[in-house]
Design a protein around this ligand. Sequence first.
Ligand SMILES: Cc1cc2nc3c(=O)[nH]c(=O)nc-3n(C[C@H](O)[C@H](O)[C@H](O)COP(=O)(O)OP(=O)(O)OC[C@H]3O[C@@H](n4cnc5c(N)ncnc54)[C@H](O)[C@@H]3O)c2cc1C
Length: 451
Amino acid sequence: MTNPAGQTPLAQNWDAVVMGAGPGGLAAAIHLRRGGLSVLCIEPDKFPHDRVGESLDWSGPGLLAQLGISRDSLIADKVATYKRHIEIVQPDRPAYQAQPEAWFQNPPLKFETVTLHADRKALDQRIFETACQAGVEFLWDRVTEIESDGERVTAVRTADGQCIEARWFIDASGLGARLLARKFEVPKIEYGKKKVCLWCHFETPIRTEGTTFYGNVFSDEYLSWIWEIPISPTVTSVGCVMSADFAKQQRHLGKETPQILWDALAPYARFNGLLKEQPDAAVHSAAYRSYVHTNACGPNWLMVGEAASLPDPLTANGVTAAFRHAAEGVKFILQSNERGELTARQRRIYNTNVQRMGHVFNHSIETSIYDNSIRWGLGVMPAQKIYTAFSYTVNALYTRFRPQGWLSMLCFGCMMKGVWAWMEAWALLGRVNCFLRPGLKTRHLQVAPTR
Ligand SMILES: Cc1cc2nc3c(=O)[nH]c(=O)nc-3n(C[C@H](O)[C@H](O)[C@H](O)COP(=O)(O)OP(=O)(O)OC[C@H]3O[C@@H](n4cnc5c(N)ncnc54)[C@H](O)[C@@H]3O)c2cc1C
């Protein structure tokens, strides 16, 4: 067991063990350490980490500031670029830009309207260094087993044969491992179709200070889309998200992974030059289906980030959700540290907030964007506005008010139900419009060439 300087820490009973050193685990470890607890973070992969998740939503700068990392320092050090807007590009149509309305940033609201794209290798390294400076210890090993006594976790076992005990445990092991959900057989609610994502990095200057979405939004029954994210002044991330069924069809046609991505990019002039200049860019892939676990904590444990809930990448909400879970969960642990166990009320609040936010983002993005009822029935621009009006407002209000008291929990509960009704009502209107004007669907399917 070594810390980043290669020293062997003294054997001790840890106050807290954090499983996984992604954004969620690192943020939790920093907050715990700053709260005065001894923290061991167990992670199989040494840094630097090369991870996906590069476009942050508008709560990003505030959540990073809580960790002691300022937006300005990330920009100055070329770890991040500004995200001032989103841009939507469809083949053979004029592009358009969208950003939060000006009144959001003016008094009295003064909400954040400029966020970040991040070079994840550099950002994760920066958070890791912040954790080391805070005094978090790291063990480069894999958790293979969780020991429990009823609902309490008592120890974890690692691949190298260590058995590590602690008073508190945080599962930040991400989508692939979901250690505590598996241990306690926590069910999950899934959203939309299983998707496949292919992405690569091109060396090219920033084209625009925003995330650009490309898509054949009229012709796709279930949306496939492409992102362009300038992660540093010289590198841009480009990826395509498609349904797993579509990816399978492409493979049956004999296409290798890079070819599937190149074919998806080909209809867009922006990528022609890049594909010619950098045909050997390494292509990465991931498969996922968005979900929310129906329970995210126990007496002495919490799940944070993707271990608890996976927001669809189109929401740009994954990294910030991981930071948010970490900050909120650790606050409860510190409040109950002497007791050694979370109260029933703390568990209820943590669970409710994790589930509500995970559910509302996944349900809304599936209803308004992936599904075709609003896109086809009402149009692409209304679909984008219906989604962003909700997502920006809910995120800003949640970030400002951090609901925990009964009144704020009640107000947010009502707001979430309102959002659900808002999405369902627009979807119904879209379906009715498609039904009344059957030509709409055929017209959409003929508008633009498919990939
Ligand atoms: C294709 C794609 C695109 C995305 N785009 C965006 C985006 O634009 N914006 C955004 O905000 N989010 C995006 N996301 C989501 C974002 O990447 C994740 O939500 C975020 O990284 C989750 O952080 P985490 O700390 O929960 O998990 P992770 O970053 O997955 O970290 C989990 C850590 O646990 C470690 N681990 C695994 N197993 C074990 C074990 N047995 N023991 C100990 N440690 C273990 C892993 O090595 C890893 O370091 C995207 C996701 C995908 C799949």
